[in-house]
Design a protein around this ligand. Structure first.
Ligand code: MOS
Length: 734
């Protein structure tokens, strides 16, 4: 059957949910209310541990329970034992999960040790403050550099150590990356209600089915369909909502114990202890090359923090294996168990951290050899993926470099550090390469085309901000041959067809392809109905010669011959045509990644060490761009996040008790408008049909990768100072 014209895909549509959001009518997790059928909500406030390791020896709840309006206080002393069935998945790291209120052990500072439930939020807060917890405390282990590591994961090709020993040019470099917290605008929140054995939760989650629903079913030992998860809007996530944290269980447990619907909202401070984070890294790299800059070997020694009770790993080894051509690579990636909460994926997980090291090291090598950083990267561009021998589906890094150098005015560039001044400011430019895996997973979507000519599309996806509501509407509208205002896309309910986690930049490729498939099937069924219907003007026409535009089915070469969906369905007494569509990634015959080249100009105050980013450009090879306006919101947002990682963000732990000392927005610095200069993103006009039927590779992660090293490299160019530790602080530059 003929291809539908793309009229909406590729167009900079504004968010279809924009009006709901700016008028405050979009209901985030904690916003759900009696209007949604939740009667008699009570409030839960978590009491968290004031020591970083040890045992709870007593919980005195008398003062709390005396308060009018307090319903109960739950701790390990009175909580029921919960089944906590094992449900290990890639997003719930295997191991002994933190089991809330199941024993007296304190595993990290801020661990939930009790919860107060009351008729109002204020009373619950006051009651929580009156709960007296007694501890037998021990000194926690929180220092990544001092604690012993687990057995490392390893990778090797060739003989890297001997190749390094004989390399004409050698660098041995040690980098450190601070822990970062996701800090979404919307705090994590859950409302839980039991109806007999069935549990409904309104939750902030990036994965209604595999995250919250599966976790709660396992914790309470009930069938997964007995848990319904509703999450229509997510106010940012960056990965923090990819799994259900203990507070989700606490809300459900509190609801079961009190027989009332319970609302639990973490406050900003609690987000630092109650949800995950980007782990701190210690990353040593040795680089060998010939005198022309052709890489011969790299050795990566990676250490990253994890918790004492779960082993969290991310894709920190991938870029070192496939980004540049070289015969010899050896990697060791060891997790270091500490008395901390378990980390979790944060935007560009693994890749962003590894790219800071690799792309800084490439800049060091370019400087050492006196080669332009772009030329050095071109010289080491592989023709296949050397980690597995597969051809690239699309890899257009050379174009990214060319377009980036032109649009950024990279040349002419005096490579000498500290060669450009603007008054008190030292000016420098830097660049870095970005890469992120094109993840895809099985997904389904449901499309119902109604006799009134409108369509409803549903999938259990999330929209934490990239504009999923809008982009899916664009895909469905094109494939169905409808206008966007006659298509409604719904997401965020575990009753809808299942989708993968809304993370790792896989929603557009996976869910978008399922939406495309379902829409395609529905359109084909309508066309079949028309050509077989003796009363249709299209009776007998070859289905391949039919297209649908603006809800009207016509012969391709005679637009006057046709009818609307409405006419067709009504005449045939069909209320609707509805079908499930799906996407399943095939066998990987190709190496699939999104790529980018990131350019930054910084100014560094020569006397104060203050770094200001002046301008930044990213050029991306991410396959088809469904909506350039939404893509910009991803790319510019990724740059803002990367500026935070590069210059500001640093979760600081007090080694004496494991307390995070800057667990608030006054002390944990994120970029504000005054930190953000002129940012620009350019997308290579692309289509990667190997990656997904709609040609999409994924964009949301790759746009943060490469930002921190581009800035670090610009700082070196400006000052001659090589800072191998993130964030880059004024202190380090003085
Ligand atoms: Mo993001 S770490 O893909 O939610």
């Amino acid at each position: 059957m003929t291809q539908q014209p793309r009229t909406n895909v590729g167009s900079s549509e504004s968010r279809v949910d924009g009006r709901l959001k700016v008028t405050g009518r979009a209901a985030y997790a904690a916003d759900h209310s009696p209007e949604d059928g939740i009667e008699g909500i009570v409030y839960a406030v978590v009491v968290d541990s004031a020591v970083g390791r040890g045992r709870v020896t007593g919980v005195d709840t008398r003062a709390a329970l005396e308060q009018a309006g307090v319903i109960t206080v739950i701790s390990h002393l009175n909580a029921p034992r919960l089944p906590y069935l094992d449900n290990s998945s890639s997003n719930n790291p295997p191991g002994t999960r933190l089991r809330v209120f199941q024993d007296d052990q304190v595993r990290f500072f801020g661990q939930p040790v009790a919860v107060a439930i009351a008729e109002t939020l204020e009373v619950a807060q006051h009651a929580a403050s009156l709960v007296e917890v007694h501890y037998d405390a021990e000194p926690p282990s929180t220092d990544l550099t001092a604690a012993p590591a687990d057995e490392p994961a390893t990778y090797a090709r060739g003989t890297a150590d001997s190749a390094l020993a004989s390399a004409p040019v050698r660098l041995e470099l040690a980098y450190r990356l601070a822990r970062n917290h996701h800090n979404p605008m919307e705090p994590h929140a859950t409302i839980a209600r039991w109806d007999g054995h069935n549990l409904t939760v309104w939750d902030k989650t990036q994965w209604v089915v595999g995250g919250t629903q599966r976790e709660l079913a396992a914790v309470f030992g009930i069938p997964q369909p007995s848990v319904r998860v509703i999450s229509p809007f997510v106010g940012g996530g960056f990965g923090s909502a990819l799994r259900a944290w203990p507070h989700v269980t606490i809300a459900a447990l509190a609801a079961r114990e009190t027989g009332r619907p319970v609302k639990l909202v973490l406050n900003r401070r609690q987000l630092y202890f109650g949800t995950g984070f980007r782990p701190a890294y210690q990353y040593g790299v040795r680089v060998g090359s010939d005198k022309s800059g052709r890489l011969t070997a790299m050795v990566h020694d990676i250490r990253a923090e994890t918790s004492s009770y779960e082993k969290f790993t991310e894709a920190a080894m991938s870029p070192g294996q496939m980004l540049y051509s070289m015969p010899h690579v050896r990697q060791a990636y060891a997790t270091v168990p500490l008395d901390v909460n378990t980390p979790l994926y944060m935007r560009g997980p693994g890749y962003a951290s590894a790219a800071f090291v690799i792309e800084s090291a490439m800049d060091e090598l370019a400087h050492e050899l006196g080669i332009d950083p772009i030329h050095l990267r071109r010289r080491n561009e592989p023709s296949t993926d050397e980690s597995n021998g597969l051809p690239f589906s699309t890899r257009r890094l050379r174009e990214c470099y060319t377009v980036g150098a032109r649009e950024f005015s990279w040349n002419p560039r005096n490579p000498k550090p500290r060669s450009t001044r603007d008054g008190d400011w030292l000016i420098g430019t830097g660049m870095a390469t970005a890469v992120y895996d094109t993840l895809r997973n099985t997904a389904q979507a449901h499309v119902r085309l109604s006799a009134d000519g409108t369509a409803m599309v549903q999938a259990a996806a999330s929209d934490m901000g990239p504009g999923t509501y809008t982009s899916m509407t664009q895909v469905a509208a094109d494939t169905l041959g409808l206008t966007m205002d006659t298509v409604e896309f719904r997401l965020g309910d575990s009753l809808m067809p299942p989708t993968p986690p809304h993370g790792g930049s896989q929603t557009m490729a996976s869910v978008g392809s399922a939406v495309n498939d379902a829409s395609d099937k529905v359109r084909r069924q309508a066309i079949t109905l028309a050509v077989n219907d003796p009363n249709s003007p299209l009776h007998g026409v070859n289905p391949n010669d039919i297209i649908v535009r603006r809800g009207r089915i016509t012969a391709k070469d005679d637009p006057t011959r046709g009818e609307t969906y409405q006419q067709l369905l009504t005449r045939n007494n069909r209320e609707h045509i509805e079908l499930i569509g799906s996407f399943a990634p095939g066998q990987d015959r190709f190496s699939m990644y999104a790529y980018g080249a990131v350019f930054a100009e910084v100014a560094v105050d020569a006397r104060l060490g203050l770094v200001r980013v002046r301008r930044m450009l990213g050029v991306y090879d991410a396959g088809r761009i469904v909506n350039p306006k939404l893509a910009d919101s991803q790319a510019l947002g990724g740059m803002v996040g990367g500026i935070g990682t590069a210059l500001l963000e640093h979760t600081v732990t007090d080694p004496r008790d494991g307390r995070i000392v800057n667990a608030n927005f006054a002390d944990y610095l994120v970029p504000v408008n005054a930190d953000i200069p002129d940012l620009r993103a350019v997308y290579l006009n692309g289509n990667d049909p190997e990656a997904s039927p709609i040609g999409v590779k994924g964009l949301g992660e790759v746009v943060i990768v490469g930002v921190a090293p581009a800035i670090a490299n610009a700082v070196f160019h400006a000052t001659g100072r090589r800072i191998r530790e993130l964030p880059i602080t004024a202190e380090a530059l003085l």
